[in-house]
Design a protein around this ligand. Sequence first.
Ligand code: C2E
Ligand code: MG
Ligand code: MG
Ligand code: MG
Length: 286
Amino acid sequence: AAEEPGAFGIADINEAVVDMLHNTVGRVAQVRRILEQRDFHLAFQPIVSLATGKLHHVEALIRVGDCGSPAEFIAFAERIGLICDLDLLVCQAALDVLKQAEDQGRAVPDIAINLSAVSLASPLIIEQLQALLRPHQGLTRKLLVEVTETATVNDFQGLNRVLGHLRKLGLRICLDDVGSGTTSFMSLNELRVDYAKLDGRIVQGALTNGRDLTILRSIVEIARHLGTDLVAEQIETEEQLRYLRKLGVRYGQGYLFGKPSPVLPGFDLAAPSRPSRRTGERVSWE
Ligand code: C2E
Ligand code: MG
Ligand code: MG
Ligand code: MG
């Protein structure tokens, strides 16, 4: 039977699927190329003491050319099984910066890198990190790792074992995005970590929304009980700062203190030759 005009036939579906595959294949190739050519750089964002405003350490955030937002890019790398390689490259890049600074006798802040829950679940991750860190014994103490849990990683015992290995390597551990959909605040109770980061959405919602406020207060309470220092993410206003200080949150990160920048405080050789030169320090590529 002849197809009605305008009907959606098998040929159209085939074409759509082929388009989609092409697109995905292209994106996979793009991520592979980024990994092979190390075609990324790091942006550093300050984490300060809320009491004194003094810099405590920085978080290294990956920046890749035209690959959408970092969150999208990371999620895609997780889906195609390349996140572990990527996280290791970021770790290597952070170590390179610390090494260069040390060689030049410059004081630089400690650096936190992000390790995806998918990377943490990889059976080789500890060995691979160990191999990266081995030539840099003295520098490991300047590194922190921010870890997230996910719905698929609900095996707290297993995760605690991995975190124990990380700690044995000399790394400090920070539980990222606590209070978000991905890291439940109850996991604070279950996982042994040095710091915990209050998710930015909760920080921003707490002053206007009773539910977020309740979650925020509960996390502060649990953290106090455990003796875990909190870092509040995404602080943008003085009002948020005052409130978090009053609650006793120790550290903070957010545009109020500084945006992610290719310039590492005290050390500007990490800066690439692109926009930072023109627009100065407070550049953000978001
Ligand atoms: P995250 O680890 O929670 O990092 C904090 C995010 O909050 C960063 O987004 C940062 O730019 C943003 N941010 C900081 N202050 C403010 C603020 O005051 N207001 C607002 N609206 N946002 C603020 P970014 O750089 O887009 O990164 C998004 C996520 O991508 C990160 O969230 C992290 O989960 C992931 N990511 C980035 N780099 C890496 C990496 O090397 N490895 C892995 N596994 N994940 C990474
Ligand atoms: Mg983080
Ligand atoms: Mg975070
Ligand atoms: Mg976050």
